[in-house]
Write a protein that binds this ligand. Structure first.
Ligand SMILES: Cc1cc2nc3c(=O)[nH]c(=O)nc-3n(C[C@H](O)[C@H](O)[C@H](O)COP(=O)(O)OP(=O)(O)OC[C@H]3O[C@@H](n4cnc5c(N)ncnc54)[C@H](O)[C@@H]3O)c2cc1C
Length: 287
């Protein structure tokens, strides 16, 4: 099936209007870039009764620093993340990821909010935001609430955003001694990952004081490698340590065999990519 089922369409002019409409119309959905939702509608995997287009809510398209925190609005496009010097300075992991996400057509339109809300396990930005220990802001009729990335993805294609709510932003604290990196293997340029690893390290006095590691495409959801994070904390960064973290990544992921490769190959990649991402994150933290 390559045509969507009938649906109504409206263009939201205010955030509160979008939320009111979500509450009023059962089975309505937000559309941002449309690069995930529209293909699903064409395949009839999604059949919303109404699309609420948020592309005019330009107040949600920003990358801003306030004090020691960077906030990215939900409508910020992949291309904005790719080109942001502020992000490149503090969180170079975004540029690493954006260089290997899809192609310019998708990057010009697709948004960080759509990427996180799609909750596709193969998606790169969810792993990036999980590794950086971001906090998302979700707004509903009763106001705003915040949710740590660790609690945001509840399962495949399922998030903490409830009916009648919208994701509006994600924030990251800026801390000294930070380094981050994203590593991905894909079948061809612009493809989804066979496996990808995001890593963030915070290093102080030669010791790792904090670590975030997350994997894409090797499980039913983005995988937080908490066991590897615990291993790293308090240790001095070294290749041997990162090798151990990579071994944990191979063990703690749960890939399925598909056209992108068999399980043992994906486990191997998870380990190698985790080690590479950690090594690059450490180099950046120490430079
Ligand atoms: C050819 C192609 C290749 C791709 N390759 C990659 C890749 O390599 N790596 C990768 O990570 N991604 C890839 N993508 C996915 C792409 O990055 C996503 O489609 C896109 O970023 C999702 O954002 P969107 O704005 O298009 O979301 P939409 O399609 O508009 O929405 C996706 C979902 O999120 C919901 N939503 C959107 N915004 C909000 C919000 N603010 N609050 C609540 N719910 C919201 C929608 O209702 C919908 O359920 C690819 C896509 C295509 C078409």
């Amino acid at each position: 099936m390559q045509t969507p089922a009938p649906f109504e369409y409206e263009r939201a002019v205010t955030l509160q209007g979008a939320i009111a409409s979500l509450r009023e119309h059962e089975d309505s959905r937000i559309v941002a870039g449309g690069h995930s939702l529209l293909p699903m509608m064409k395949l009839r995997l999604a059949q919303p009764s109404r699309l609420i287009d948020i592309n005019d809510l330009t107040e949600l398209q920003h990358i801003t620093r306030e004090g020691d925190e960077i906030t990215i609005g939900a409508l910020t496009r992949h291309v904005d993340l790719l080109e942001s010097e502020l992000l490149a300075e503090h969180f170079p992991i975004f540029r690493d990821a954006e260089l290997v996400i899809a192609d310019p057509v998708v990057r010009n339109r697709g948004t960080i909010g759509g990427s996180l809300c799609q909750a596709d396990a193969a998606e790169d930005l969810s792993a990036v935001c999980a590794a950086l220990k971001g906090t998302v802001t979700i707004v509903g009729a009763d106001g705003a609430r915040t949710v740590p990335m660790a609690d945001f993805h509840l399962g495949p294609w399922t998030t903490a955003v409830q009916d009648g709510e919208m994701l509006t932003a994600i924030s990251f604290p800026i801390r000294a001694g930070a380094g981050s990196a994203h590593e991905k293997v894909e079948r061809r340029a612009g493809d989804w990952a066979i496996a990808a690893a995001s890593a963030a390290l915070w290093i102080d006095g030669g010791k790792i004081t904090g670590a975030g590691i997350a994997l894409s495409a090797v499980g039913l959801t983005t995988i937080d490698l908490t066991r590897a994070e615990d291993l790293l904390r308090g240790e001095a960064p070294s290749d041997a340590l990162f090798e151990q973290a990579g071994a944990i990544a191979s063990e703690d992921c749960s890939p399925i065999p598909d056209g992108r490769g068999p399980v043992d190959y994906k486990r191997h990649l998870a380990g190698v990519l985790t080690k590479r991402a950690l090594r690059k994150a450490a180099t950046r933290a120490l430079s």
